[in-house]
Write a protein that binds this ligand. Structure first.
Ligand code: FES
Ligand SMILES: [Fe+2]
Length: 454
């Protein structure tokens, strides 16, 4: 499928991602050859979407109460009875593994006088849910177990006093929930296209190596939109330019998800000089001035080939001989998906998964989470990392498990609170999006409009 005429074209001498793939040392999988540019008129997005209480409340009613949303990794709840609290925009759910292959989600509130049954925080194992206030108790499958002083509650029909549920589904090792009991199944929402694109990179065969959650002082959409394009790299992360094809990125959208591909080990077209392969490699590997290079790049070796070869060896213990068939692209480039409304799994072997949520019902604050999902040798699955929480004033580098990305996130975070403040004082009442490079954001708002209009 070619790029349609209505999609803006970059200068002809800029390298497209598809042309870059032609130089791969391996056959490139079909999923990377797919293109589906978004065909929508230019987008102006009303500022009030990011700043107004009315808009936020509409999102609660029409989006969060009705949409499939990623709640946890299956491995966060490895045993029957394991449970955790999933909070979203003022709602709280208790997610439980009720059988080896079954999860349930309950509204996290006692049916007596409404106390929360479990507090937010790390997961726990339970054989029942007993309310700390007066002691009403439910079995882990949600059926009523115990009424203190039952003689005083002749008006309760125990069979009708199960905990109310939300719908639950799983995909890629993630547990999703949907408060709307009439919602179409998760698989329909995600689509065969999404599952097909992840077939080569089964996220269900990964373990959660790191999980960091940080409070950000901006609306949840401001936060996630900063991670949906490579357009900001030139101004926000200039140190990366020698080794990133930022403005050469490819953007596509299908149904309820979109995808960006940004190549690494190739210079930014913004540069007026041509970096050497060594300089590209050093930039990709975040080499500091006082450090030796991670590898000497010379002769036939290119930055892309060297990084791909290094990644193949890192993955060999987990993937075995299959690493030989992985293309350089799958080992070096960034494939960042957005599944509406707030779930961002990365493709191939980049490990990253993001999730963005409002912080409670605060219009101006959000929670950004970054997980690393890594493959592991068959039969040797390590335990899942627990959540490392960072406050609004904590620096990302307080989470050393994120490696050099922590410093990159600091650069992103530096903008976000200032975007939220700027939006509030902005005289122009819309933000204006680039037609192509902000495809994913445009696609998100196109879908959001449909949800909020329903
Ligand atoms: S509020 Fe839960 S037992 Fe009374
Ligand atoms: Fe960034």
């Amino acid at each position: 499928m070619g790029v349609a005429q209505s999609v803006p074209r970059r200068p002809d001498n800029w390298l497209t991602y598809q042309r870059l793939l032609d130089s791969d040392t391996r056959p490139v999988p079909g999923v990377l050859r797919r293109e589906n540019p978004l065909e929508l008129p230019p987008s102006e997005i009303a500022v009030e979407r990011y700043t107004s209480r009315e808009w936020f409340d509409l999102e609660v009613e029409r989006l969060w109460k009705r949409v499939w949303q990623m709640a946890a990794r299956e491995e966060d709840l490895p045993h029957v009875g394991d449970n955790l609290v999933y909070d979203i925009a003022g709602m709280s759910f208790l997610l439980v593994r009720v059988a080896p292959d079954q999860f349930k989600a309950f509204y996290n509130a006692c049916l007596h006088r409404g106390r929360m049954l479990r507090e937010a925080g790390g997961g726990t194992r339970a054989s029942e849910f007993r309310c700390p206030f007066h002691g009403f108790a439910w079995n882990i499958d949600g059926t009523l177990k115990h009424i203190p002083c039952q003689w005083d509650f002749p008006h309760i029909q125990p069979a009708a006093w199960s905990l109310p549920e939300a719908k639950v589904g799983t995909w890629g090792g993630f547990v999703f929930l949907n408060p709307d009991l009439n919602a179409a199944p998760l698989a329909d929402f995600l689509s065969d296209e999404l599952s097909d694109q992840f077939k080569r990179w089964p996220l269900e065969h990964r373990y959660k190596q790191a999980h960091v959650a940080k409070i950000l002082r901006c609306n949840w959409k401001v936060a996630q939109e900063a991670f949906m394009e490579a357009f900001h790299v030139v101004a926000t992360h200039p140190q990366l330019l020698a080794g990133i094809g930022d403005a050469n990125s490819q953007y596509d959208a299908w149904g309820n998800f979109s995808r960006a591909i940004t190549a690494n080990g190739t210079p930014s077209p913004h540069l007026s000089w041509k970096p050497s392969e060594q300089e590209m490699f050093d930039s990709m590997t975040d080499r500091r001035l006082d450090e030796p290079p991670l590898a000497e790049i010379g002769g036939e070796l290119t930055a892309r080939i060297a990084s791909a070869a290094g990644a193949r060896e890192m993955l060999r213990p987990a993937l075995g001989a299959a690493v030989q068939d992985l293309s350089d692209a799958e080992l070096v480039d960034s494939f960042y998906y957005t599944v509406f409304p707030n779930f961002h799994p990365w493709g191939a072997y980049n490990r990253i998964v993001y999730r963005f949520r409002p912080n409670g019902v605060n219009v101006d604050e959000s929670i950004m989470e970054c997980m690393y999902l890594a493959p592991y040798p068959p039969g040797e699955k390590p335990p899942a990392a627990t959540i490392h929480r960072l406050g609004a004033d904590d620096d990302w580098t307080e989470a050393p498990e994120l490696g050099f990305l922590a410093r990159v996130f600091n650069q992103d975070t530096f903008n976000l609170a200032k975007v939220q403040l700027g939006l509030k004082t902005m005289k122009k009442k819309t933000v204006t999006l680039a037609n192509y490079q902000e495809t994913k954001i445009r696609h998100f708002h196109f879908l959001l409009d449909q949800w909020l209009a329903r």
